[in-house]
Design a protein around this ligand. Structure first.
Ligand SMILES: *[C@@H]1O[C@H](CO)[C@@H](O)[C@H](O)[C@H]1NC(C)=O
Ligand SMILES: *[C@@H]1O[C@H](CO)[C@@H](O)[C@H](O)[C@H]1NC(C)=O
Length: 373
């Protein structure tokens, strides 16, 4: 059972708050022709809002309750919607003064649609369909943007939670740990935390590990391409970002670029670079190791990653659901008394795990080719 303890002083403070004489007045109201209203969201500035109806319509209203725009969006009915609270952007090229807001709508049709709400005083409002995000196999019940609008989370009757990147529509993560419908989800405002709640009576808090290369700011965006292509200056920037600025001169003197950096060994640091301190050598090696890992994780084929841990598999095993997992991760999953597939949530008929040798060999071969280049 969950219990909440109230601090009496908080309760007393409430009665003296600035809202003590708050009166709620019905301001305005509007109505739709078909279906019932099931979703609504305000724009960040509060001067318009969107509603979604069970008949599938999305309607944009202004604060004077004028219906500005209506569009049939989800055939079987809208379930929820959200407008991104990130600062209003202005499309730069050719369009003068168009403001746009990102909006998402979900439906009984299993779909998530991303929209741009375009706002121009002289043209009114327009809803532009940006893309449809697939991935759920049942009606989508909840959705929310991250604070900066760059990610989107959704929860569904299929018991899964999906996190999308809004700029590309790509799926970043698919989480299927809830055992019943996922009915609510939210991002924390300023951290990489995410909450999901389900009819299974659990609420999960997830920490997003965005696995970005750990190089310095300037290098960060480029390093996603390839550390091997780093120039000596990129290496200097990386050293500074790792708190190893003292070595910039030494690395430059030895003409260490990205390729050389990834190739550095304990012996190389001691004999060629003549770094005497064992502690510093270890620190540098550890940072290089991290760099190698992030370089790898950027381009690993998806089927080499364990669906549970999202890490490269070392000992892939096939479970009764036909999917391959890292042995340790799936054993841990099962030992937590979960007899359901991490991927489909259907019961596992058997708890037998069979090594997937083909996959293991493919991973080994792939790792070898990575080390060569
Ligand atoms: C990497 O290291 C190996 C062995 O230390 C060496 O033979 C090879 O030439 C190095 N490659 C580069 C690009 O420096
Ligand atoms: C091994 O894993 C691969 C990749 O996930 C899969 O295509 C293959 O079918 C699996 N092998 C078996 C025997 O299930």
């Amino acid at each position: 059972m969950c219990q909440m303890v109230f601090d009496r002083s908080l309760i007393q403070n409430c009665t003296y708050s600035k809202f003590k004489s708050c009166v709620l007045l019905l301001f305005r109201s509007g109505n739709v022709k078909d279906g019932s209203l099931v979703a609504c969201a305000f724009s960040p500035s509060g001067n318009f809002f969107v509603t979604g109806s069970s008949s599938g319509d999305l309607t944009i209203w202004d604060d004077k309750m004028r219906c500005l725009y209506n569009e049939k969006a989800h055939d079987l009915g809208v379930t929820c919607c959200d407008i991104s609270s990130d600062p209003v952007s202005v499309l730069s090229d050719n369009e003068n003064g168009f403001k746009y807001f990102q909006m998402v709508s979900c439906g009984q049709d299993n779909q998530i649609k991303l929209w741009l709400i375009l706002f121009a005083d002289f043209l009114g409002v327009e809803l532009k369909h940006k893309c449809t995000l697939n991935g759920h196999s049942a009606p989508v019940l909840a959705c929310a943007f991250s604070y900066d609008g760059q990610m989107l989370v959704s929860g569904s009757v299929d018991k899964c939670v999906i996190i999308y990147e809004t700029s590309t529509g790509n799926t970043l993560h698919s989480l299927c740990q809830h055992t019943r419908y996922v009915t609510t989800c939210a991002f924390a405002p300023h951290s990489h935390l995410l909450a999901t709640g389900s009819m299974d009576k659990t609420v999960h808090i997830w920490q997003l590990d965005l696995k970005q290369p750990s190089a310095g700011n300037t290098v960060e965006t480029e390093s996603k391409v390839a550390v091997e292509d780093w120039s000596e200056d990129d290496v200097s920037a990386w050293l500074c970002a790792q708190d190893l600025a003292d070595f910039v001169g030494l690395f430059k003197m030895n003409n260490i670029d990205g390729k050389e950096l990834l190739n550095l060994t304990k012996e190389g640091l001691a004999n060629e670079l003549k770094i005497e301190s064992l502690g510093l050598r270890s620190k540098i090696l550890q940072k290089i190791e991290e760099l190698r890992m992030t370089t790898i994780s950027v381009s690993v084929p998806d089927e080499f990653l364990c669906p549970i841990t999202r890490e490269l598999m070392k000992d892939p095993v096939i479970a009764a659901d036909g999917y391959s997992y890292e042995r340790e991760a799936v054993e841990h999953w099962i030992s937590n008394k979960r007899r359901s597939s991490p991927m489909t949530n259907l019961p596992l008929h058997s708890l037998m795990l069979t090594p997937n040798r083909t996959l293991k060999m493919a991973i080994t071969r792939w790792l070898e080719t990575q080390q060569k280049c």
